[in-house]
Design a protein around this ligand. Structure first.
Ligand code: NAD
Length: 363
């Protein structure tokens, strides 16, 4: 039986997920699409073969196994509620929600109804990150740095406080998730500085640095902003994400969307992403493959759990507090222990086609 999928919100990221799903070579159909902008829905339908719906209700009434929610951040809460009440499995784009109480409500509903659920933290599935996880084999970094530098976009809806939530939700959520994923837990403490360097006054700050201290005195630093350019950050070299990770006797660094270098005590070793297409190298193919295998019962865990996504909403909230008060924010033990369990995608026999192409197994 094919997996039947519908999309709510059919802008930029929906097209990436649509392309990723189509290349999985599995029995699945993208059957339905709805967008408040009918022209966007038509473009998506032309690329995927989906039927355009005239409302969320019409889409949710269809015989769909899963719904992708790829809208602006202010609508994730209501749309997840609607899809969960219609008993659809859900792939929700990041961030899960703008506020922790909304995210708590989503976790409560999804858990009570036993809804298969994931969130679009695709950077865990970039080939460089997968290769790093494979090589360190469960060892945790002593310290790390990650930067995420995108071309300008925070002057649009993403930078508005009540619609996109600004840099901390838009880029911070990705950076916090990747950091917690690699450090294996959520931090004890977090501090953030932000500045508005480019966008208008009605938008939130566009430039941020953050530091986190993890259990055992392990440390992470982060830089994220949208002062990149398309040639630098996105095409063709994908310097969007830069990573440096230090373990006992091991060092890894580079650009996980294109190339990494490793020293595991035997001299430098280089890894190049075998398939440079964005849909693969940015982890979209990987996270979608994992989600579909989770839906069909081939994999036990979702690519990203809703509890982890809730933790990231709480970390973004803590980052807002730090930004406003200028202080270090302590993350409580119960939040860290119960809500960030780490790395399900690497506990599974997951394989990325990029690694298959290179003759390597990711896990
Ligand atoms: N994981 C990633 O790498 C990544 C990258 C970019 C964006 N995103 C996330 O994807 C989501 C969408 O971002 P985008 O870049 O595709 O934005 P976009 O503006 O290109 O597309 C959003 C679409 O949602 C539609 N929309 C808005 N509100 C809606 C509603 N209530 N019902 C139906 N349609 C609605 C808009 O008309 C638009 O077509 C956001 O959550 C964003 O953070 C993730």
């Amino acid at each position: 039986m094919p997996v039947n999928i519908g999309f709510i919100g059919t802008g930029m990221i929906a097209l990436q997920h649509g392309q990723a799903l189509q290349m999985l070579d599995r029995p699945l159909r993208i059957r339905a699409a709805y967008d408040i902008d009918a022209a966007n829905a038509r473009t998506f339908a032309e690329q995927t073969g989906a039927q355009c719906c005239s409302s969320v209700q019409q889409l949710l009434a269809m015989d769909l196994d899963a719904v992708y929610i790829c809208t602006r951040h202010d609508s994730h809460h209501a749309l997840v509620r609607a899809a969960a009440q219609a008993d659809k499995a859900i792939f929700c784009e990041k961030p899960l929600a703008l506020e922790p109480d909304q995210a708590e409500d989503m976790v409560d509903l999804v858990t009570r109804r036993d809804i298969p659920f994931t969130v679009g933290f695709n950077h865990r599935f970039s080939p460089g990150v997968m290769e790093l996880k494979r090589r360190v084999q469960g060892k945790l970094p002593r310290s790390m740095h990650v930067s995420l530098v995108s071309p300008p976009f925070l002057h649009g809806w993403a930078g508005l406080p009540d619609v996109g939530g600004g840099i901390l939700h838009c880029l911070g959520s990705h950076v916090f998730d990747l950091t917690c994923h690699l450090m294996g837990t959520a931090p004890d403490d977090l501090a953030v500085f932000t500045e508005r360097q480019r966008v208008a006054d009605d938008h939130l700050d566009d430039t941020a640095v953050a530091i986190m201290r993890f259990p055992g005195g392990r440390l992470a630093s982060m830089q994220f902003h949208d002062n990149g350019t398309t040639p630098y950050s996105v095409d063709p070299e994908a310097a969007l994400v830069r990573l440096e990770v230090f373990l006992d006797g091991q060092v890894a660094g580079g650009y996980p969307l294109r190339s990494m270098h490793f020293d595991q005590g035997e001299g430098m070793d280089y890894f190049s992403v075998p398939d440079p297409r964005r849909v693969v190298s940015w982890g979209y193919e990987g996270i979608n493959r994992h989600f579909v295998q989770y839906l069909t019962g081939e994999l036990k865990h979702p690519p990203v759990s809703i509890q982890e996504a809730l933790t990231i909403v709480k970390l973004v909230h803590a980052a807002h507090t730090s930004q406003i008060t200028g202080s270090v924010v302590r993350i409580s033990d119960d939040q860290r222990d119960t809500l960030y369990r780490g790395t399900p995608c690497c506990d599974t026999p997951y394989r990325n086609t990029a690694f298959r192409a290179a003759g390597k197994a990711a896990e």
